[in-house]
Design a protein around this ligand. Structure first.
Ligand SMILES: Nc1ncnc2c1ncn2[C@@H]1O[C@H](COP(=O)(O)OP(=O)(O)OP(=O)(O)O)[C@@H](O)[C@H]1O
Ligand SMILES: O=c1ccn([C@@H]2O[C@H](COP(=O)(O)O)[C@@H](O)[C@H]2O)c(=O)[nH]1
Length: 255
Protein backbone atom coordinates (compact mmCIF):
# COMPACT_ATOMS: atom_id res chain seq x y z
CA UNK A 1 0.00 0.00 0.00
CA UNK A 2 1.32 3.47 -0.84
CA UNK A 3 1.51 6.34 1.54
CA UNK A 4 -0.45 9.54 1.29
CA UNK A 5 0.94 12.58 -0.40
CA UNK A 6 0.88 14.76 2.71
CA UNK A 7 4.31 15.12 4.25
CA UNK A 8 4.41 14.31 7.95
CA UNK A 9 6.85 16.95 9.03
CA UNK A 10 7.78 16.03 12.62
CA UNK A 11 8.41 19.69 13.40
CA UNK A 12 4.79 20.51 12.66
CA UNK A 13 3.33 17.78 14.78
CA UNK A 14 3.44 19.60 18.09
CA UNK A 15 6.01 17.31 19.69
CA UNK A 16 9.39 16.14 18.53
CA UNK A 17 8.92 12.53 17.52
CA UNK A 18 11.65 12.51 14.91
CA UNK A 19 13.01 8.98 14.70
CA UNK A 20 16.60 8.66 15.82
CA UNK A 21 18.92 5.76 16.43
CA UNK A 22 17.78 4.82 19.90
CA UNK A 23 14.34 6.35 19.88
CA UNK A 24 11.18 4.35 20.37
CA UNK A 25 10.18 5.23 16.81
CA UNK A 26 10.71 1.63 15.79
CA UNK A 27 7.69 -0.21 16.97
CA UNK A 28 7.90 -3.84 18.03
CA UNK A 29 6.38 -6.33 15.64
CA UNK A 30 2.63 -6.34 15.71
CA UNK A 31 0.65 -9.47 15.10
CA UNK A 32 -2.56 -7.75 14.08
CA UNK A 33 -3.43 -4.09 13.80
CA UNK A 34 -6.99 -2.87 13.48
CA UNK A 35 -7.94 0.78 13.38
CA UNK A 36 -11.44 1.45 14.72
CA UNK A 37 -12.94 4.63 13.32
CA UNK A 38 -16.33 6.28 13.42
CA UNK A 39 -17.97 9.44 14.69
CA UNK A 40 -18.21 10.46 18.32
CA UNK A 41 -20.60 8.12 20.10
CA UNK A 42 -20.73 5.70 17.18
CA UNK A 43 -19.75 2.86 19.52
CA UNK A 44 -16.00 2.50 19.03
CA UNK A 45 -15.22 1.99 22.70
CA UNK A 46 -18.14 -0.38 23.13
CA UNK A 47 -17.10 -2.58 20.22
CA UNK A 48 -13.47 -2.53 21.28
CA UNK A 49 -14.38 -3.72 24.79
CA UNK A 50 -16.35 -6.58 23.32
CA UNK A 51 -13.57 -7.54 20.96
CA UNK A 52 -11.08 -7.45 23.83
CA UNK A 53 -13.34 -9.62 25.96
CA UNK A 54 -13.95 -12.15 23.24
CA UNK A 55 -10.72 -12.10 21.32
CA UNK A 56 -8.05 -10.78 23.66
CA UNK A 57 -6.81 -7.71 21.82
CA UNK A 58 -4.86 -4.84 23.35
CA UNK A 59 -7.26 -1.89 23.10
CA UNK A 60 -5.58 1.50 22.81
CA UNK A 61 -8.00 4.41 22.73
CA UNK A 62 -6.30 7.63 21.68
CA UNK A 63 -8.91 9.61 23.62
CA UNK A 64 -8.28 7.56 26.80
CA UNK A 65 -4.52 7.96 26.46
CA UNK A 66 -5.03 11.71 26.25
CA UNK A 67 -7.19 11.58 29.39
CA UNK A 68 -4.44 9.74 31.23
CA UNK A 69 -2.00 12.40 30.09
CA UNK A 70 -4.33 15.13 31.42
CA UNK A 71 -4.59 13.36 34.79
CA UNK A 72 -0.82 12.84 34.99
CA UNK A 73 -0.39 16.60 35.32
CA UNK A 74 2.13 16.66 32.48
CA UNK A 75 3.12 19.94 30.83
CA UNK A 76 0.81 19.18 27.91
CA UNK A 77 -2.14 18.29 30.16
CA UNK A 78 -3.78 21.72 30.29
CA UNK A 79 -3.47 22.25 26.55
CA UNK A 80 -4.97 18.80 25.86
CA UNK A 81 -7.81 19.46 28.31
CA UNK A 82 -8.63 22.78 26.62
CA UNK A 83 -8.69 21.29 23.14
CA UNK A 84 -10.71 18.30 24.24
CA UNK A 85 -13.32 20.40 26.03
CA UNK A 86 -13.80 22.40 22.82
CA UNK A 87 -13.97 19.29 20.64
CA UNK A 88 -10.78 20.19 18.79
CA UNK A 89 -8.00 17.79 17.85
CA UNK A 90 -4.75 17.60 19.76
CA UNK A 91 -1.52 17.96 17.72
CA UNK A 92 -0.63 14.66 16.07
CA UNK A 93 2.79 14.42 17.69
CA UNK A 94 1.32 14.17 21.17
CA UNK A 95 -1.06 11.36 20.23
CA UNK A 96 1.62 9.54 18.25
CA UNK A 97 4.02 9.64 21.18
CA UNK A 98 1.41 8.29 23.59
CA UNK A 99 0.36 5.53 21.22
CA UNK A 100 3.92 4.49 20.53
CA UNK A 101 4.74 4.26 24.22
CA UNK A 102 1.62 2.24 24.93
CA UNK A 103 2.30 -0.15 22.04
CA UNK A 104 5.86 -0.61 23.09
CA UNK A 105 4.83 -1.39 26.66
CA UNK A 106 2.20 -3.93 25.65
CA UNK A 107 3.14 -7.61 25.60
CA UNK A 108 -0.06 -8.27 23.66
CA UNK A 109 0.75 -7.45 20.04
CA UNK A 110 -2.80 -7.70 18.70
CA UNK A 111 -3.77 -4.06 18.65
CA UNK A 112 -7.09 -2.29 18.37
CA UNK A 113 -6.35 1.38 17.84
CA UNK A 114 -9.52 3.26 18.72
CA UNK A 115 -10.13 6.80 17.43
CA UNK A 116 -6.88 7.33 15.52
CA UNK A 117 -5.93 8.55 12.90
CA UNK A 118 -8.37 11.43 13.23
CA UNK A 119 -7.21 13.58 10.34
CA UNK A 120 -4.82 13.48 7.39
CA UNK A 121 -1.99 14.84 9.50
CA UNK A 122 -2.49 11.94 11.96
CA UNK A 123 -2.56 9.55 9.02
CA UNK A 124 0.69 10.92 7.64
CA UNK A 125 2.28 10.62 11.08
CA UNK A 126 1.04 7.04 11.46
CA UNK A 127 2.55 6.10 8.14
CA UNK A 128 5.77 8.01 8.10
CA UNK A 129 6.74 8.28 11.75
CA UNK A 130 5.14 5.22 13.32
CA UNK A 131 5.39 3.12 10.13
CA UNK A 132 1.96 1.93 11.07
CA UNK A 133 -0.41 0.27 8.62
CA UNK A 134 -3.59 -1.41 9.76
CA UNK A 135 -4.57 -4.86 8.56
CA UNK A 136 -7.96 -3.31 8.13
CA UNK A 137 -10.08 -0.44 9.31
CA UNK A 138 -13.26 -1.15 11.18
CA UNK A 139 -15.61 1.70 10.38
CA UNK A 140 -18.66 2.12 12.59
CA UNK A 141 -21.11 4.10 10.55
CA UNK A 142 -23.78 5.89 12.49
CA UNK A 143 -26.18 8.75 11.81
CA UNK A 144 -25.57 12.09 13.51
CA UNK A 145 -28.92 11.87 15.30
CA UNK A 146 -27.99 8.51 16.82
CA UNK A 147 -24.51 9.69 17.76
CA UNK A 148 -25.96 12.71 19.59
CA UNK A 149 -28.59 10.60 21.33
CA UNK A 150 -26.00 8.07 22.48
CA UNK A 151 -23.54 10.67 23.74
CA UNK A 152 -26.20 12.58 25.66
CA UNK A 153 -27.42 9.27 27.12
CA UNK A 154 -23.94 8.12 28.14
CA UNK A 155 -23.66 10.27 31.28
CA UNK A 156 -20.04 9.49 32.12
CA UNK A 157 -19.27 13.06 33.12
CA UNK A 158 -17.00 13.73 30.13
CA UNK A 159 -16.07 17.39 29.62
CA UNK A 160 -16.91 17.08 25.93
CA UNK A 161 -20.30 15.39 26.27
CA UNK A 162 -22.36 18.59 26.08
CA UNK A 163 -24.47 19.86 23.17
CA UNK A 164 -22.10 22.60 22.06
CA UNK A 165 -18.97 20.43 22.07
CA UNK A 166 -20.81 17.49 20.51
CA UNK A 167 -21.73 19.78 17.59
CA UNK A 168 -18.08 20.70 17.10
CA UNK A 169 -16.90 17.08 17.47
CA UNK A 170 -19.28 16.03 14.73
CA UNK A 171 -18.07 18.90 12.50
CA UNK A 172 -14.46 17.86 13.09
CA UNK A 173 -15.38 14.26 12.34
CA UNK A 174 -17.03 15.25 9.04
CA UNK A 175 -14.28 17.67 8.00
CA UNK A 176 -11.23 15.77 9.18
CA UNK A 177 -11.92 12.10 9.90
CA UNK A 178 -14.20 11.20 7.00
CA UNK A 179 -11.37 11.97 4.52
CA UNK A 180 -9.21 9.44 6.41
CA UNK A 181 -11.92 6.82 6.08
CA UNK A 182 -12.28 7.67 2.38
CA UNK A 183 -8.54 7.23 1.98
CA UNK A 184 -8.62 3.75 3.52
CA UNK A 185 -11.71 2.90 1.54
CA UNK A 186 -9.95 3.89 -1.69
CA UNK A 187 -7.26 1.36 -0.72
CA UNK A 188 -9.89 -1.34 -0.13
CA UNK A 189 -9.04 -1.45 3.55
CA UNK A 190 -12.36 -0.55 5.10
CA UNK A 191 -13.62 -3.94 6.06
CA UNK A 192 -17.09 -3.10 7.15
CA UNK A 193 -19.69 -0.50 7.79
CA UNK A 194 -22.02 -1.17 10.65
CA UNK A 195 -25.55 0.06 10.86
CA UNK A 196 -26.81 -2.45 13.38
CA UNK A 197 -28.50 -0.95 16.43
CA UNK A 198 -27.48 -3.43 19.14
CA UNK A 199 -23.88 -3.74 20.32
CA UNK A 200 -23.79 -7.55 20.43
CA UNK A 201 -25.10 -7.73 16.88
CA UNK A 202 -22.37 -5.42 15.74
CA UNK A 203 -19.74 -7.64 17.28
CA UNK A 204 -21.39 -10.70 15.84
CA UNK A 205 -20.71 -9.23 12.44
CA UNK A 206 -17.02 -9.72 13.09
CA UNK A 207 -15.02 -12.86 13.41
CA UNK A 208 -11.37 -12.40 13.83
CA UNK A 209 -8.19 -14.37 13.74
CA UNK A 210 -7.54 -17.45 11.85
CA UNK A 211 -3.82 -17.58 12.23
CA UNK A 212 -2.99 -13.99 11.51
CA UNK A 213 -5.87 -13.51 9.11
CA UNK A 214 -8.87 -11.46 9.88
CA UNK A 215 -12.24 -12.15 8.41
CA UNK A 216 -15.65 -10.78 9.01
CA UNK A 217 -18.40 -13.33 9.41
CA UNK A 218 -19.78 -11.95 6.19
CA UNK A 219 -16.57 -12.53 4.27
CA UNK A 220 -15.98 -15.90 5.89
CA UNK A 221 -19.44 -16.96 4.89
CA UNK A 222 -18.86 -15.79 1.33
CA UNK A 223 -15.64 -17.77 1.15
CA UNK A 224 -17.34 -20.90 2.51
CA UNK A 225 -20.18 -20.57 0.04
CA UNK A 226 -17.78 -20.09 -2.84
CA UNK A 227 -15.73 -23.08 -1.77
CA UNK A 228 -18.75 -25.33 -1.31
CA UNK A 229 -19.99 -24.42 -4.79
CA UNK A 230 -16.61 -25.12 -6.29
CA UNK A 231 -16.57 -28.53 -4.58
CA UNK A 232 -20.10 -29.53 -5.59
CA UNK A 233 -21.56 -27.05 -8.06
CA UNK A 234 -24.59 -29.25 -8.81
CA UNK A 235 -25.81 -29.07 -5.23
CA UNK A 236 -26.58 -25.40 -5.63
CA UNK A 237 -28.83 -23.62 -8.03
CA UNK A 238 -26.74 -20.46 -7.96
CA UNK A 239 -23.86 -20.13 -10.43
CA UNK A 240 -20.48 -21.24 -9.07
CA UNK A 241 -18.54 -18.39 -7.57
CA UNK A 242 -21.58 -16.25 -6.91
CA UNK A 243 -22.14 -15.92 -3.23
CA UNK A 244 -25.17 -15.04 -1.25
CA UNK A 245 -25.82 -14.32 2.37
CA UNK A 246 -29.37 -15.58 2.15
CA UNK A 247 -30.20 -17.95 4.95
CA UNK A 248 -27.69 -16.52 7.39
CA UNK A 249 -29.38 -15.46 10.59
CA UNK A 250 -27.80 -13.30 13.22
CA UNK A 251 -27.96 -15.04 16.56
CA UNK A 252 -27.25 -18.49 15.15
CA UNK A 253 -24.04 -20.10 16.32
CA UNK A 254 -21.04 -19.89 14.04
CA UNK A 255 -18.50 -22.66 14.42
N1 LIG B 1 -24.73 -0.48 18.82
C1 LIG B 1 -25.16 0.26 19.84
N2 LIG B 1 -26.48 0.37 20.08
C2 LIG B 1 -26.93 1.16 21.10
N3 LIG B 1 -26.14 1.85 21.94
C3 LIG B 1 -24.83 1.76 21.75
C4 LIG B 1 -24.27 0.97 20.70
N4 LIG B 1 -22.93 1.07 20.76
C5 LIG B 1 -22.68 1.89 21.78
N5 LIG B 1 -23.79 2.30 22.38
C6 LIG B 1 -23.89 3.24 23.51
O1 LIG B 1 -23.62 4.55 22.98
C7 LIG B 1 -22.79 5.30 23.85
C8 LIG B 1 -21.52 5.70 23.08
O2 LIG B 1 -20.76 4.53 22.83
P1 LIG B 1 -19.18 4.54 22.91
O3 LIG B 1 -18.74 5.23 24.15
O4 LIG B 1 -18.73 3.14 22.72
O5 LIG B 1 -18.86 5.41 21.62
P2 LIG B 1 -17.47 5.97 21.08
O6 LIG B 1 -17.53 5.89 19.60
O7 LIG B 1 -16.35 5.27 21.76
O8 LIG B 1 -17.57 7.46 21.58
P3 LIG B 1 -16.45 8.59 21.69
O9 LIG B 1 -15.84 8.77 20.34
O10 LIG B 1 -17.23 9.79 22.11
O11 LIG B 1 -15.47 8.13 22.72
C9 LIG B 1 -22.53 4.43 25.07
O12 LIG B 1 -23.43 4.81 26.09
C10 LIG B 1 -22.84 3.01 24.58
O13 LIG B 1 -23.31 2.20 25.62
O1 LIG C 1 -6.39 10.94 17.96
C1 LIG C 1 -7.08 11.67 18.73
C2 LIG C 1 -8.04 11.15 19.59
C3 LIG C 1 -8.74 12.00 20.40
N1 LIG C 1 -8.50 13.33 20.39
C4 LIG C 1 -9.22 14.24 21.33
O2 LIG C 1 -9.95 13.51 22.31
C5 LIG C 1 -11.35 13.77 22.17
C6 LIG C 1 -12.16 12.55 22.51
O3 LIG C 1 -11.77 11.46 21.70
P1 LIG C 1 -12.68 10.13 21.59
O4 LIG C 1 -11.90 9.18 20.75
O5 LIG C 1 -13.94 10.56 20.89
O6 LIG C 1 -12.91 9.67 22.97
C7 LIG C 1 -11.49 14.29 20.74
O7 LIG C 1 -12.65 15.10 20.57
C8 LIG C 1 -10.23 15.12 20.61
O8 LIG C 1 -10.32 16.33 21.33
C9 LIG C 1 -7.55 13.84 19.56
O9 LIG C 1 -7.31 15.05 19.53
N2 LIG C 1 -6.85 13.00 18.74
Amino acid sequence: MGTIETEANPNLLGVNVTPNEDSNATLPNKEVMIFVLGGPGSGKGTQCSMIVEQLGFCHLSAGDLLDTEIKSGSENGTMIQNLKSKGELVPAGIVVKLLMEAMKNSTNKKFLIDGFPRNMENLAAAQKIMKLEPDFVLFLECSQEVMIERILGRKQGRVDDNSETIKRRIEVYCESTLPVISYYRSKGMVEMKVLLPIPCLVLYNIIIISGNRILTVRNLLKKCLTLSRQLSPSSNSEPAGKTTLRGFKYGTAWP
